[in-house]
Design a protein around this ligand. Structure first.
Ligand SMILES: [Zn+2]
Length: 116
C-alpha cells in the first residue's frame, strides 16, 4: 500500500512588468519619477517612469512605466477590496462590540441609579 501524492502546487509567476498600484522603485533599483507625456496620443497625461531611463533619455520599455491615472485606479481598487476585507473582519468579531455595548448599558443603568 503506497500513499504517495506529492502534488504540490507551487507555481510562482514573476511578472515584473505589471506593478499593482503606484510603483515606487524600478526593478533595476532606480527611483520612479513622475513625468508628463508629450505624445500626441496622450498629451499632458501624467506617468510614472524609471528615473534611470528618464535621466539617460533611453527608449527602454523594459523598465517601469505606468500611467498615473491607471496606477491610482489600481490603488483605489486595491483599497476598496481591502476595506471589504476589513468590514468582513469587523462582522466576524461582533462579539467584541456586543461586549462594549453591554458595558455601556450597565454604565447607563448605574448612572440612572445615581441620578435617582
Ligand atoms: Zn529601471
Amino acid at each position: 500500500m503506497s500513499n504517495i501524492s506529492g502534488a504540490s502546487s507551487g507555481s510562482s509567476s514573476t511578472r515584473r512588468e505589471r506593478v499593482v498600484g503606484v510603483p515606487t522603485v524600478c526593478w533595476c533599483g532606480a527611483q520612479i519619477v513622475g513625468k508628463i507625456s508629450k505624445l500626441d496620443s496622450n498629451p499632458y497625461r501624467r506617468y510614472f517612469h524609471c528615473a534611470y531611463v528618464v535621466s539617460n533619455k533611453l527608449m527602454d520599455d523594459n523598465h517601469v512605466f505606468k500611467w498615473v491615472d491607471e496606477a491610482l485606479l489600481n490603488e483605489v481598487e486595491r483599497l476598496s477590496s481591502e476595506a471589504k476585507r476589513l468590514e468582513q473582519m469587523m462582522r466576524e468579531s461582533e462579539i467584541v462590540f456586543d461586549g462594549v455595548e453591554y458595558e455601556k448599558v450597565v454604565f447607563d443603568k448605574v448612572l440612572m441609579k445615581v441620578k435617582k
